[in-house]
Design a protein around this ligand. Sequence first.
Ligand SMILES: Cc1cc2nc3c(=O)[nH]c(=O)nc-3n(C[C@H](O)[C@H](O)[C@H](O)COP(=O)(O)OP(=O)(O)OC[C@H]3O[C@@H](n4cnc5c(N)ncnc54)[C@H](O)[C@@H]3O)c2cc1C
Ligand SMILES: *[C@@H]1O[C@H](CO)[C@@H](O)[C@H](O)[C@H]1NC(C)=O
Ligand SMILES: *[C@@H]1O[C@H](CO)[C@@H](O)[C@H](O)[C@H]1NC(C)=O
Ligand SMILES: *[C@@H]1O[C@H](CO)[C@@H](O)[C@H](O)[C@H]1NC(C)=O
Ligand SMILES: *[C@@H]1O[C@H](CO)[C@@H](O)[C@H](O)[C@H]1NC(C)=O
Ligand SMILES: *[C@@H]1O[C@H](CO)[C@@H](O)[C@H](O)[C@H]1NC(C)=O
Length: 536
Amino acid sequence: MYLRTLSLAVLAGWAIHPVAGHVPHQLRSEEATCKKTTVAILGGGMAGISAAQALTNASVHDFVILEYRDTIGGRAWHVPFGKDKNGEPYTVEMGANWVQGLGNPGGPQNPIWVLAQKYGLKTTYSNYDNISTYDEHGYSDYSNLLDDFDAASDIANKKAGTVLAQNLQDSNAQTGLAMAGWNPKKNEMKAQAVDWWKWDFESNYTPFESSLVFGFASDNLTSNVFSDHDNFVTDQRGLNTIIKGMASTFLKENDPRLHLNTKITNITYSNDGVTIHNRDGSCVSAAYAITTFSLGVLQNDVVTFSPELPEWKKTAIHKFKLGTYTKIFLQFNETFWPTDTQYFLYADPTTRGWYPVFQSLSMPGFHPGSNIIFVTLTNELAYRAENQPDEKTKAEIMEVLRKMWPDKDIPEPTDFMYPRWSTEPWSYGSYSNWPPGTTLEMHENLRANTERLWFAGEATSPTYFGFLHGAWFEGRDAGRQIAALLQGRCTKYPATHQKLCHPRKRYETLHGTSPLADYSAVNGWTANSFYDSNTD
Ligand SMILES: Cc1cc2nc3c(=O)[nH]c(=O)nc-3n(C[C@H](O)[C@H](O)[C@H](O)COP(=O)(O)OP(=O)(O)OC[C@H]3O[C@@H](n4cnc5c(N)ncnc54)[C@H](O)[C@@H]3O)c2cc1C
Ligand SMILES: *[C@@H]1O[C@H](CO)[C@@H](O)[C@H](O)[C@H]1NC(C)=O
Ligand SMILES: *[C@@H]1O[C@H](CO)[C@@H](O)[C@H](O)[C@H]1NC(C)=O
Ligand SMILES: *[C@@H]1O[C@H](CO)[C@@H](O)[C@H](O)[C@H]1NC(C)=O
Ligand SMILES: *[C@@H]1O[C@H](CO)[C@@H](O)[C@H](O)[C@H]1NC(C)=O
Ligand SMILES: *[C@@H]1O[C@H](CO)[C@@H](O)[C@H](O)[C@H]1NC(C)=O
């Protein structure tokens, strides 16, 4: 029954009237030769595969998945690294590594945790309290500062919740923390190290660069809805085993609907359909398309949209930020660091965020005896490292390690490797963050469709941005909504009675909070007339 409605909708909606308006002539003539499909899913990461599964669940089987790389998984990306005793490489995750917020017994379960269990993903409890503190002279116990941060963070979190609930103006997370008593000076380097560990390590921006409301809300929602339990993935098949597992429920081997090594360069969209052109000259013409490109891909103009994306959409794309989170892996011929502790925090005497957190994999539950440790950089220092040769980065890290363990004779690493997320052409960064002064309206513009082109991915999730589960929910919702549109169903979200078979809400104009009249001399504003003359 749905299928019949679907084919009618397809015939009426787009096959007879192919993409209209705005289309350059050379594209229009090629259209006849484009592969036809009902839904084109652009990107085969968590969001794309989840969208395809949601379409399948709603009996929409006519879709294609177009993926840049030679594999699905996207930012769930692993590579071989180092060697074990038998000379076999270990598998390490360049991207997503934790299942964050598993779920409490009887409560809602994180869909990523459900998948992890279904596909037997090997994981270990990540104990963020199991951390030792260091400075440039070696071990130095400043763990009291960790508690100080947590106390302030609890207060700021409640404040952020109030700002959200009462629709007050957003600020940055640093303001919230400072008002709650956490306000380290620039030269208090131990406190700065703690600040980095407690904030940047998760959101990959500083508290100053993060929204008060949504910076606190994101972690809060994950831990309140699911749980505050995070597991670290050690599975030698790689984390994307769960994405491949999902795909195997609807894709058969060599399924013609999956197009790997397909680099999308141009997207033409209208109210009748979407045509996608790829670098190899192939093209796909679809009734609907869902892009799951990372915010970085959208920000770097890798793909040309025709017509140009509207201003409200472009503004949203540039407002939200894609951070860079760089894990740098080292293998040694011995484990010279303590084998009973998961995390080592280093306070550099001059630079906040300078090789700040080392994580041991050479311990029970991880890869015991592997002699592998890795260190994480974010943003400015991540860009710096990603732009310099391995040898320079390695030398900087060795200097830090020799400061942290001054009594040890530390050998050179036997293997060394790190990704370049900030320049990876299919990602241009790691995961998104909400800057200060954000409104939900701005984010709805990121999430809204432009005619038949829909947007999904971790960055479009207001509740779980930055996480694998954010990508899962966003892919599912876009898939469900498009299926409802195709089938003329108006499924309602039970809680809000919002209709699924509607385009998404968007705001062509975002208003400020102060009326023009307040830009007055009495408020110290002396250039009023200029603005007056610009309004009508
Ligand atoms: C370093 C790092 C650490 C992370 N840590 C965690 C973590 O511990 N826990 C967690 O939950 N999340 C983590 N994340 C976030 C998580 O990886 C993402 O939220 C999630 O994988 C995003 O899925 P997605 O489908 O939205 O996007 P993607 O995985 O980026 O999928 C988009 C797909 O589109 C493809 N594509 C891009 N451009 C084109 C083009 N021009 N043509 C065709 N295809 C294209 C890409 O190749 C990609 O496969 C981390 C991410 C990174 C990078
Ligand atoms: C599709 O349906 C299956 C079976 O009910 C379910 O496990 C899965 O989570 C659904 N997928 C999505 C993306 O909704
Ligand atoms: C980490 O946990 C192990 C095992 O419980 C314990 O022996 C060790 O002292 C802990 N380290 C820190 C810094 O808490
Ligand atoms: C975080 O959750 C708590 C409830 O546990 C709530 O009081 C607070 O307002 C929430 N904060 C945000 C920013 O949503
Ligand atoms: C397609 O996109 C490329 C860049 O990705 C651009 O140079 C080219 O002009 C575009 N072609 C059309 C027909 O829009
Ligand atoms: C590791 O290598 C260093 C020199 O490269 C050497 O002195 C040390 O004995 C080696 N350790 C082990 C456990 O082999």
